[in-house]
Ligand binder design. Structure first.
Ligand code: 13P
Length: 256
């Protein structure tokens, strides 16, 4: 089974409106008509509409960095799936480690968001990953297994075609420390095995599992060359069009 490469840029809470639109335009120009890879960018929510306009007709999808699990009402500061779709988002990144560990989202909250987003017709990038102390205590498999199992509760095998898993070891995010390709591959294979238990071999083989954590052009080839690493969720390096495109090119190169 050959899975398509999927490279997504998570711009986090960076840039101003002009900077976000400029980055989007730069990406569109440099990506051109690359067809071997699926692409998405996730700008800060307030710039989603403007970035959506800038990437219109391009190869890149528009993703949200978060969403809430209710349709509307008294939820100050939150944004619904319908609102995301209204401004052109097709994807939502859910359960990012910064939302889990800085904002305090639980597995149960992430699960409600996943179920709601899929119900709303959005594609989901579900992020999972262990903290440094959890890795050092040999808890990586336990932590990631719980995040995947609880995060996907109530999601059918059929709906898994709209789910991407992003494995992002928290100790590798924004630190310059990348997991060794073999280290990352081991967790990706474990996740795929788990998805096999949950959904059967066919669905698990079809599911795209991205790696995230200090991915850059210089290490992307090695990571994306691993058999169960199907793409990247890129933070810092996604803020420079040339770096993001360098990662995309490295992925295409290694797949050839
Ligand atoms: P960095 O690429 O900056 O480490 O961020 C990874 C990440 O958290 C993407 O969601």
């Amino acid at each position: 089974m050959s899975r398509r490469l999927f490279i997504a840029g998570n711009w986090k809470m960076n840039l101003d409106c002009a900077g976000a639109v400029g980055l989007a335009k730069g990406l569109v120009e440099q990506i051109g008509s690359v067809v071997e890879v699926d692409l998405a960018v996730a700008p800060p929510m307030v710039y989603a509409a403007a970035v959506g306009e800038a990437i219109k007709g391009s190869r890149s999808a528009l993703a949200a960095q978060n969403m809430f699990y209710e349709d509307n009402g008294a939820f100050t500061g939150e944004v619904s799936g319908a609102m995301l779709k209204d401004v052109g988002c097709t994807h939502a990144i859910l359960g990012h480690s910064e939302r889990r560990h800085v904002i305090g989202e639980t597995d149960e909250m992430v699960n409600r968001k996943v179920v709601k987003a899929l119900g709303d017709g959005l594609k989901v990038i579900l992020c999972v990953g262990e903290l440094l102390d959890q890795r050092e205590a040999d808890k990586t498999a336990d932590v990631v297994t719980t995040q995947v199992r609880v995060g996907l509760e109530g999601v059918s095998a059929g709906a898994m075609s709209d789910v991407t898993i992003a494995y992002e070891p928290v100790w590798a995010i924004g630190t310059g420390k990348t997991a060794m390709p073999e280290e990352a591959q081991e967790v990706h294979a474990m996740i795929r095995g788990l998805l096999g238990d949950m959904y059967g071999v066919e669905a698990s083989q079809a599911t795209v599992i991205q790696y995230g954590g200090s991915v850059k052009p210089s290490n992307a080839g090695e990571l994306l060359g691993q058999p169960d690493i199907d793409g990247a969720l890129v933070g810092g390096a996604a803020l420079k069009a040339t770096d993001f495109v360098g990662i995309v090119q490295a992925g295409i190169g290694i797949r050839k």
